[in-house]
Design a protein around this ligand. Structure first.
Ligand code: FMN
Length: 508
């Protein structure tokens, strides 16, 4: 009964609800229709809004990408450099960050690069070792110690990138902290002590780079493909893998190799050469780092000649059609006349092709501008052991380049060199001599036959005018390191632009 009553009252309630709903629907029907007709343009408006926002974002990202990846963007110098300095009070941390970020950005095609082919006008073209380089600017050894980033460095605009120095066995270098900034001077002091992952590691990295290049350029993915690229079949120098550019690889000895065992030292350099020379356009022999005890003593004529001869011999036996050129990097501190002439003698006697003048200095040069007093913290920093680098080196670099130029231009008439000149002549002159009618010919003078020694300048170059000054003093390439750490990723582009402007002003 209760159930029947409950059921009939539920039915009544349902009927009432249905009636109420119907009347509500009737009432609201015109309103709903109105709302629907109003929603349609709203939806269309929302779609348009989304499109506008999406397009703006996409354009913003594209503009941001184009701007941030252009070496001319001032954000690199005035935004990134101070930010990195603030985030990494330890200069070595900043160095690692810089290398890592450049490596990662390059992997994803987001690295800063020179746009618009500024070298294309040919105004900075120069000849080095028979190669025509797009410009005379280089990045010095030590910035890319383990050959992690030669390609992103090339994309910053230099024609020469030097990687290393590498040692035969891996070594840690000195304990940290070992790199210090002297911010008021845009300078640095470092005592890294040639930290290296070893020549085998560097050879593996460089080999992989060639393999990747060979594969990307249709040569295949095998040892033969690598060899074809190294033999020049890709039409690019085997080290840089880029037209108009050269890769230099720096080699050094291990700290534990005894300073007085010249045979062991030669073995160290030759070991490195045997591993990495295949992948280099230029081999650089480092005898000038101030942070490996005894290394600079190897600049004395006798040991230097022995080491360089060994390196030149090893470089000639590289399994590649063209052999790498060999340069020696010398110190700016061993600058007495007899030291410079002793080094030049070793260069001529060993057959090395050129000299990089110079490296960091053990001196603490006067502050710039003249009379400037360093803040107390920086005066303390100057007491740190290590090599000093930065703009204060510049004047000494120019004068040392000029002195090396003058001394290297005097080709000694030693029996060895007369022999070398005669050999060079006979390979050029293939014609049968007419012994009856031609008077006996004087043997060729080495100075007429042998190529001029090449000089690269390193030390304190920060702008286009200074780069031009070291070239005018007799260098073929002006290299930079510290200027890049203070000027950022656009430094090479800026320096080249300043050189171009300087040349234009001269022509007017
Ligand atoms: C942090 C740091 C590490 C360096 N490491 C090396 C190195 O491994 N081998 C080398 O020959 N020079 C090394 N250098 C010296 C530079 O290549 C360059 O010759 C020197 O700094 C002078 O040039 P700059 O005034 O343009 O920096 C290093 C310099 C700095 C600042």
């Amino acid at each position: 009964m209760r159930q029947a009553r409950f059921a009939s009252s539920r039915e009544k309630a349902t009927e009432a609800a249905v009636e109420a709903t119907e009347s509500a629907v009737k009432e609201n029907a015109p309103k709903v229709a109105e709302t629907v007709t109003q929603e349609a343009p709203k939806k269309a408006g929302r779609g348009l809004k989304r499109t506008v926002i999406g397009t703006t974002l996409a354009v913003g990202v594209l503009v941001g990408y184009v701007y941030a990846t252009d070496t001319r963007a001032s954000v690199h110098r005035y935004g990134v450099v101070p930010l990195v300095r603030m985030l990494f009070p330890d200069a070595e941390d900043a160095h690692h960050f810089g290398v890592d970020i450049l490596k990662t950005l390059y992997k994803y095609g987001l690295n800063p690069r020179e746009r618009g082919n500024p070298d294309g006008d040919g105004s900075l073209v120069t000849k080095v070792f028979g190669y025509t380089l797009s410009n005379p600017i280089g990045i010095s050894g030590g910035l890319d110690k383990h050959a992690d980033i030669p390609d992103p460095l090339f994309e910053l605009g230099p024609a020469v990138v030097e990687v290393g120095g590498t040692t035969p066995l891996p070594q840690d270098g000195n304990p940290r902290p070992r790199v210090f900034r002297v911010v008021s001077q845009n300078a640095m002091i470092n005592r890294y002590g040639l930290n290296s992952k070893g020549a085998d590691h560097m050879a593996a990295v460089l080999e992989q780079r060639v393999r990747d290049f060979a594969y990307a350029n249709g040569f295949g993915d095998h040892a033969l493909a690598e060899q074809r690229v190294l033999n020049g079949e890709a039409g690019v120098p085997p080290g840089s893998l880029r037209p108009g550019k050269l890769l230099a690889v720096q080699v050094a000895k291990n700290k534990v190799t005894p300073d007085n065992d010249i045979e062991a030292i030669k073995r160290d350099y030759v070991y490195c050469v045997d591993r990495v020379a295949k992948y280099a356009d230029i081999l650089v022999v480092n005898v000038s780092s101030p942070n490996t005890p005894g290394l600079r003593d190897l600049q004395a004529t006798a040991p230097l000649t022995a080491i360089l001869k060994a390196v030149v011999g090893a470089a000639k036996s590289v399994d590649r059609t063209t052999k790498p050129y060999v340069m020696v990097k010398v110190s700016p501190d061993e600058d007495a006349d007899e030291q410079v002439s002793g080094i030049c003698e070793a260069v001529w006697r060993s057959g090395v092709d050129g000299v990089i003048v110079g490296n960091t200095t053990n001196r603490r040069p006067d502050a710039l501008p003249k009379g400037f007093t360093l803040p107390p913290t920086e005066q303390e920093t100057l007491k740190e052991t290590g090599g000093y680098s930065g703009p204060q080196l510049f004047d000494r670099t120019v004068s040392l380049v000029a002195r090396y130029r003058a001394m290297l231009d005097i080709t000694p008439n030693t029996p060895e060199l007369i022999g070398a000149a005669a050999e060079a002549t006979t390979t050029v002159t293939q014609v049968e001599p007419d012994t009856e009618n031609v008077p006996p010919v004087e043997p060729p003078k080495p100075s007429d036959i042998l190529p001029r020694k090449v000089i690269f300048a390193s030390g304190g170059v920060t702008n286009g005018q200074q780069a031009q000054a070291v070239l005018d003093a007799g260098a073929s390439v002006a290299m930079m390191y510290t200027a890049i750490t203070y000027g950022g990723m656009g430094t090479v582009t800026r320096v080249k632009q300043e050189m171009r402007e300087g040349k234009q002003q001269q022509q007017q």
